[in-house]
Design a protein around this ligand. Structure first.
Ligand code: NAP
Length: 312
């Protein structure tokens, strides 16, 4: 039985080497296979990259392993077996959990290898990741994304990259499998700041949309006509169109962007603003609303559920 398992592993390793050769010899690691990471890793695998994967909940590696990926026992092993390791984690604490310590990514980096973190985090976290990678003579790139579950599945994300240019150039063919618009923003930290500025707009827009809808309904207007009016003017946008029906019905929207992550982004944007000396009047209020939604147990559902708190 041991021999059969050994042979299967050898065959899988041979297939991965073959796939790596087909994709320019790049061995790619992926850590964090949640809503976004799972879909992004899947697109890399479809493009022929030889993946080694790890996720805290191991069951989320099953589909990729069935498709030929290697399952590592730790983030460290992912890094050891990869030329470039990508992570897509929930928040700063999750990034640190897979990055640091004996079994972390940093412990497995080799000189010249690359560490590419695509999670939405604060600048302190991303700068620490860059520093630790550089201490191993490895390269670092932060590359948070805009776009949700569907763009992640379709490979049409917007990717904001910053950090080591040499790693960006090397990673570009992979980023192109995950995104349709890819920007290089300069020094590490710029992409985290860009992403947080982007997401505070999104949180504010959704809140204003839900409040407008609540007022329309409360005062006897036809909510479908309200959607129509919004959609015919300068405020027309895909998010209102996508979430509109669920907001009208105050119904559950299938989880694309978990509400807890939206609140995390608002919190990080406010922290950044405080350090920069930039007041964010509306965002502070929107954050309080999302905190209330979190306290109401809505953290795991889609962020459109903030509508429930507004409608009462
Ligand atoms: P998700 O589905 O909640 O996945 C989060 C990932 O982090 C999972 O792999 C989870 O592992 C892992 N994780 C959390 N805490 C951990 C810990 N302490 N140790 C190890 N692993 C841990 O989130 P997502 O929607 O894919 O989002 C990932 C990142 O992309 C977030 O930073 C989010 O803000 C950002 N983002 C999300 C969207 C979106 O629409 N969903 C869009 C743009 C950007 P388990 O599976 O074991 O829980």
């Amino acid at each position: 039985m041991f021999e059969t398992q050994y042979n299967e592993e050898m065959e899988a390793e041979a297939r991965r080497t073959e796939a790596a050769q087909a994709a320019g010899n790049m061995r790619v690691g992926f850590v964090g296979l949640g809503i976004m990471g799972g879909a992004m890793a899947n697109n890399l695998q479809k493009a022929g990259y030889a993946l080694t994967v790890w996720n805290r909940d191991l069951s989320k590696t099953d589909q990729l392993v069935a498709g030929g990926a290697g399952r590592a026992a730790s983030p460290r092993e992912v890094a050891e077996k990869s030329d470039m390791v990508i992570s897509m984690m929930a928040d700063p604490a999750a990034v640190a959990a897979v990055r640091d310590g004996e079994q972390g990514i940093i412990a497995g980096l080799r000189p010249g290898s690359g560490y590419l973190d695509m999670s939405t985090v604060d600048t302190e976290t991303t700068l620490a990741s860059a520093q630790y990678a550089h201490q191993c003579s490895a390269l670092f790139l932060e590359a948070p994304v805009a776009g949700s579950r569907k763009p992640a599945e379709d490979g049409t994300l917007t990717i904001m990259a910053a950090g080591d240019r040499a790693l960006y150039d090397k990673a570009l063919p992979l980023l192109e499998k995950m995104g349709k618009k890819i920007l290089y923003l300069g020094e590490a930290g710029s992409a985290a700041r860009m992403k947080l500025a982007n997401n505070l707009v999104m949180g504010g827009m959704l809140t204003a949309f839900c409040e407008g809808m609540a007022l329309a309904i409360k005062t006897g207007l036809d909510p479908v006509q309200f959607l129509d009016v919004l959609d015919s003017g300068a405020m027309s946008n895909p998010m209102f169109r996508m979430k509109g029906a669920a907001v009208v019905e105050n119904a559950e929207f299938p989880v694309a962007f978990p509400l807890k992550h939206m609140q995390k982004d608002l919190r990080l944007a406010l922290q950044l603003a405080e350090k920069a000396g930039q007041p964010l009047f509306a965002t502070a209020t929107v954050n309080e609303l999302f905190k209330k939604a979190l306290a109401a147990g809505l953290g795991e559902v889609d962020f459109a559920a903030v509508n429930r708190v507004i409608r009462g």
